[in-house]
Write a protein that binds this ligand. Sequence first.
Ligand code: FES
Length: 313
Amino acid sequence: MQPKLAAKVRCSDKEIGEITKVIVDPLSLQVSYVVIRQLGTDQIERQVPISEVQEISEKEVRLRGSSEEFGRFPTLDRGQYVTTKEIEIAHLEDHLHVEPGEVLVPLPGLEQDVPRRTFFTNMTHAIGMLIALPLVFPVLKYVMKPMYAPFDNQWFPVGNVRKIKKEDTGVQFKFKRKFKEAFMPVQNIEKNVWVVKASPELSKSVYDGKEKKFYDHKGDLVWVNKPNFPYIAYSGKCPHLGCGYKWRKIRKLPEPIFLCPCHLSFYDAAGKVLDGPAPRPLDVLPIQVNSAGEIKVIDVEYKAGVKQQVRVL
Ligand code: FES
């Protein structure tokens, strides 16, 4: 016979409480402890091994020892158990006939030991990743390839210096460039640069007497603009958000300026920001001019909207 919940519990000398719960061994599906609420206390519940139960009748459960010995059984640590409503135990009801009330099952060791459980969870994930990696890697490599493509350092002929009639004046040169955006087909797009024939003052304002160096994606030096070279090329993209800009005479200003109409950034002929949201000066490009006056540039592109030059193309 199994102990009934709410059954009275008696020791050898007197009644000491009633059964409030039973604890079941999840492997054998047998009752391993009875939980007894001590008479006269609402809170104190002691767990008593089933081996200490001497007799179970319809009316009561009788323990082997005295009430004094009963007081030495440990109180129930509720956190160590879950109810069978919380976790389902197969075939439990075939073995247990304790109704109504709470049937407890000890928490498995792994559940109590969170670091160990985390370890096993992580290990399962790691094994899963190891298995999946050979399958996922080629796809990732294909998708991420455009992000790691080397920069294009080819020189583009853009025009002849004969087009430039005046010092310190912006002159636009257009050219075509084959361009492939990620997985789109190759397109032939029109681009432009602004070239200025720089006076010594303007060169100083741009270079401050220092060489301007350009690097590839590995950090290798690609080109150096000398500070005394008389021609300066600027990327045709505004460093704010990449719009095209113009060389314009503004009524209130004595000299023409570069004006980006998108958000009204103003730059002087040296590319310095005079006004507006632009975070940095115009981007100077690698430039060379041959003996026939043909201008070539490398169409370097930098990230828009940031203070520092971060090369992206
Ligand atoms: S893109 Fe030129 S000011 Fe915003």
